[in-house]
Design a protein around this ligand. Structure first.
Ligand code: F6R
Ligand code: MG
Ligand code: MG
Length: 368
């Protein structure tokens, strides 16, 4: 039987500043989703916060892009935004960019990662939630998980994974997509996804064999707030769902890709490069210079659409060195102050508030 996992998120207000979603808001979201379980709209749910982002994880049998499910998430966010306004939280209602819901939450501000697939005999999956960064932050780890034999031993050792995976890559500026096969097109895939502010991995598919080739094994949210709002309103803190084991990368191979705190863009004012730090739920709270960017991971088994978990996967001393390295990198990057490459390249700064500052200087320039 097929199950759908929908992970829909929005920043609807936080305390202090852009640090965390308060418990009151998470409780309110939980109450609303509990009602939705009782009425049979969804099978199960969990509510998380990744820093200042409210994350709704829902399971159901209604497929992706379902009006009822998207409508439910929109209602929950609306309700929480109202409460956030009452509480005078910071950025109350921030990511709800449009007033009216018209059948799909896509393009209204929230980020979405969802996939429908046939539930296996045992179905382990991991949910990744990042704060203070953008969808391209997943390019490097997702590539490593599904295409790098130095990360994923199964690509070499496990016959059911040996033929590799298919990547669905989106050009988020031109709104185009391309399907590419790994390992055959490995170098071409990297040629694209290395430019992470433009080309992002949207989904990964198996090549068949044990698993149906049309059912995704990983999905990443790729919504760009800037493109919806037409001006800077915050970063597009991304989320991802990754299925694991039995012909897919093992849970440990998936997590291994996060042991390297690679540089991502975001951090303060969505305008700086900094290391992504894998942290336990309790440390999902961007403080220093509104960061450094963080990632939490919730592990689950799916049981006939119901969720067994979460396991707080980065709550493990095995990631202490990664965090220490991320702190060293944060110090090093911070010492550049307003200079590139700590500050984003001029091209990427187009999508921040900097152009407004530069506009005022325009008339001062003389010919040389
Ligand atoms: C980053 C982020 C924050 C804010 C910063 C300024 O994604 O949301 O770093 O950009 O705190 O916020 P405002 O302009 O609201 O004072
Ligand atoms: Mg915020
Ligand atoms: Mg955020």
């Amino acid at each position: 039987m097929k199950a759908t996992i929908s992970l829909i998120k929005a920043d609807v207000g936080s305390v202090a500043g852009h640090a965390i979603v308060p418990e009151d808001l998470k409780k309110l979201a939980e109450e609303s989703l509990k009602e939705a379980v009782e009425t049979g709209t969804i099978i199960d749910f969990r509510v998380f916060n990744a820093g200042d982002d409210l994350e709704l994880l829902m399971t159901h049998r209604k497929g992706v892009d379902c009006q009822e499910i998207h409508g439910l998430a929109w209602e929950v966010f609306k309700r929480c935004a109202e409460k956030a306004k009452e509480m005078k939280l910071y950025g109350a209602g921030q990511d709800l960019l449009k007033d009216a819901f018209s059948g799909n939450i896509r393009g209204l501000g929230p980020g979405i990662a969802e996939m429908e697939f046939t539930e296996r005999k045992a179905e382990p999956f991991l949910v990744f939630m990042m704060d203070k960064t953008e969808p391209g932050a997943f390019n490097l780890p997702i590539f490593k998980i599904f295409a790098d034999p130095f990360n994923t031993a199964g690509l070499v050792i496990d016959p059911s994974m040996h033929s590799g995976f298919v990547f669905e890559i989106w050009d988020i500026l031109e709104h185009k997509k391309v399907f590419m096969r790994c390992p055959e097109e490995l170098y071409s895939v990297l040629a694209l996804i290395g430019a992470k502010s433009r080309f992002v991995i949207k989904r990964v598919y198996p090549k068949g064999g044990k698993l149906p080739a049309e059912e995704p094994v990983a999905v990443i949210s790729t919504e760009k707030l800037y493109q919806v709002a037409g001006e800077y309103v915050g970063k597009d803190d991304p989320v991802a769902i990754v299925r694991a084991q039995s012909g897919l990368p093992a849970v440990g191979e998936v997590l291994e890709a996060f042991a390297f705190p690679h540089l991502v863009s975001g951090w303060m004012r969505g305008s700086h490069n900094g290391p992504i730090m894998p942290v336990p739920f309790r440390a999902s709270k961007c403080t220093r210079f509104d960061g450094p960017p963080r990632c939490i991971c919730a592990g689950f088994q799916l049981c006939n659409g119901k969720l067994i978990g979460p396991v707080d996967m980065f709550d493990d001393p095995a990631f202490d060195h990664t965090r220490q390295k991320a702190n060293e990198i944060a110090d090093y990057m911070r010492r550049h102050g307003p200079f590139e490459p700590h500050r984003l390249s001029a091209e990427d700064m187009e999508y921040t508030t900097l152009p407004k500052v530069l506009e005022a200087l325009k008339g001062r320039f003389e010919e040389v």
